[in-house]
Design a protein around this ligand. Structure first.
Ligand SMILES: [Cu+2]
Length: 159
């Protein structure tokens, strides 16, 4: 009986502890990690943002919009092969994320397109992306500006 109570306590304690690493003050079931913006090429007034989303909730949710102070227009895009040519298109219905599904937005795949930048942004700077989910509402996440080459080299080196 005492052993059973000890187990219950352990489970409760781990739930409390898990609640501590929520990325924002809002209790959101959408966990966002590694959000970054690609440093724009010289003279180009647009760039892309990438991030990792994990739906920790028990219900599906949908990323339906993005906004940020650094761009006048943000859209959710997908790269796809069309007769051997890479094309990108806007996803008007957003990105559906099932319970416990993990979605990686990355170069060559799903991404957030930032058009009409409000300022010149450079690698090393930090800004905020506001993600809008159908169920979870708005979620502010920090984004770091990186050069594409830097982000790619990180894929191959585990620190
Ligand atoms: Cu795009």
């Amino acid at each position: 009986m005492f052993r059973y109570l000890g187990l219950l306590f352990f489970v409760n304690a781990s739930l409390v502890f898990a609640g501590h690493h929520e990325p924002t003050e809002h209790p959101s079931e959408m966990h966002i990690m590694n959000a970054w913006v690609k440093e724009p090429l010289p003279g180009v007034d647009a760039t892309a943002a990438y991030l990792f989303i994990h739906n920790h909730g028990e219900l599906a949710d949908r990323l339906i919009g993005v906004s940020t102070s650094i761009a006048k227009l943000s859209e959710i895009h997908e790269m796809s092969h069309d007769d051997g040519v890479m094309k990108m298109r806007r996803l008007d219905s957003g990105i559906l994320i099932a319970p416990d599904q993990k979605v990686q937005l990355e170069s060559g795949g799903l991404h957030i397109m930032l058009f009409n930048l409000n300022k010149s942004i450079m690698a090393g700077e930090a800004y905020v992306l506001t993600l809008e989910f159908e169920r979870s509402g708005q979620l502010d996440v920090p984004v770091i500006v990186k050069k594409l080459a830097d982000s790619q080299s990180h894929d191959h080196h585990h620190h």
